[in-house]
Design a protein around this ligand. Structure first.
Ligand code: GDP
Ligand code: MN
Length: 381
């Protein structure tokens, strides 16, 4: 789960990383009231899950109440690369002498956490990595020992940070690692990490992604993320405990087991189609769960055909067939279905489907055959 900037900053503050105080608001009047309370100048910042807000007009300084009103009006509702701004964060403006970059993420190939630091902050780090890779310092962290202050200090020194702020930077990075570890983040990034003219180090931006697999350890994270812009189908799926990810295509996909569903998406793409979703019905899904899943898939209006790819292990193919039959009785889908049942009780499952004679349901025996059929049906529709 990706956090909005202000939510990331609140986690930073909890771990002692210096940030400016501010307030998150959703209306122009509340923005002005917050700005008056904080005192001018303030910065008005769009809270959307996309970088480059500054360039897109989503970050503006206001020197007085009139400007605060003007900027809040222009930023609330602003479309930044497809993300509509529903919330703005108002914070005390900072004076900037220097902009650095710092992040901690998981380097999957090295199987270790990695600290990155650069004195080239405030610009896209991908650009720095590409054009001046020597200015991006990477340091692998020993997961058992954690990041020590000495290690952090060496990294920023090697990166060419100003000598008078090395200690402050090292302290901040140790805390950033604490955020990453204790909050179960997969990314904790600060860009820019600023030095003020009076030589205070501070996080001016925050990009934090939390690992959803650890959310059970963090009831306090409930409600974080960009809930106002969340996809309604994905929200409903979450409520029903179904693993569903909306995609851009028109072929609904249901499978059991994340690996099988991923391969199904690949096979559909290989056959020239575009999946409309990822849906893992999970192991041992019963008829009721399948019925729910069909409703979810079909609530996406782009769906022109649906592919069921079931490999029965714990999941019994006859249960899947029963779920599909129940779903058809309830919602009477108007789009064609291609169903491949293989594995536990597949014969019984196919028999059930055959007897039910559901309209516009096509059987397939292999995954490739199923994909070819569903792509043809989606194109014909
Ligand atoms: P991003 O464009 O989405 O990465 O948003 P940032 O939060 O990084 O803000 C973009 C840029 O706005 C920063 O790199 C700063 O140059 C500028 N900015 C943000 N906050 C302040 C502030 O408090 N004071 C000043 N002077 N500039 C700011
Ligand atoms: Mn930034």
């Amino acid at each position: 789960m990706d956090l909005l900037e202000y939510q990331g900053k609140q986690l930073f503050a909890k771990h002692g990383i210096p940030v400016s105080s501010g307030k998150a608001v959703t209306t122009v009047d509340d923005a002005v009231a917050a700005a008056n309370e904080i005192g001018y100048p303030v910065v008005v910042k769009a809270q959307v899950l996309i970088g480059g807000r500054g360039k897109a007009g989503g970050v503006k300084l206001a020197a007085n109440e009139a400007e605060a009103r003007e900027h809040a009006s222009s930023i609330l509702g602003l479309d930044i690369k497809g993300h509509i701004t529903r919330t703005v964060w108002i914070e005390a403006a900072s004076d900037i002498a220097t902009e650095y970059y710092a992040s901690i993420l998981l380097d999957r190939s090295a199987k270790q956490p990695m600290l990155m630091f650069s004195t080239e902050g405030g610009v896209e780090i991908e650009t720095v990595a590409e054009e001046t890779p020597e200015k991006l310092i990477k340091f692998h962290i020993d997961a058992l020992n954690g990041l020590t202050r000495d290690e952090a200090r060496k990294v920023v020194e090697q990166g060419g940070a100003d000598a008078d702020v090395l200690d402050q930077l090292a302290d901040l990075l140790v805390k950033l690692y604490e955020v990453w570890l204790q909050e179960d983040a997969s990314l904790a990034e600060i860009n820019p990490l600023i030095i003020t003219p009076d030589r205070i180090v501070k996080a001016l931006d925050a990009k934090v992604s939390l690992d959803d697999n650890a959310s059970f350890r963090h009831p306090e994270h409930e409600g974080l993320g960009d809930t106002a812009n969340a996809d309604p189908i994905e929200l409903k799926a979450k409520e029903q405990d179904v693993v569903y990810v909306k995609l851009d295509g028109n072929i609904g996909v249901l499978g059991n087991g994340a690996g099988l569903v991923m391969s199904t998406l690949d096979v559909v793409a290989q056959a020239g189609g575009e999946p409309a979703n990822f849906l893992d019905a999970g192991g041992g899904s019963d008829a009721e769960k399948i019925e729910q899943a069909v409703e979810l898939i079909l609530s996406n209006e782009n769906v022109k055909a649906v592919l069921f790819n079931i490999f029965g292990g714990i999941t019994r193919c006859d249960e899947v067939a029963k779920g599909l039959i129940a779903a058809f009785a309830k919602i009477q889908p108007t789009v064609p279905f291609v169903v491949r049942l293989d594995g536990t009780n597949d014969v019984q499952g196919r028999e059930l489907l055959h007897e039910a004679a559901l309209p516009n349901v096509h059987a397939a025996t292999t995954m490739n055959d199923a994909a070819a059929q569903v792509v043809a049906l989606a194109k014909g529709a």
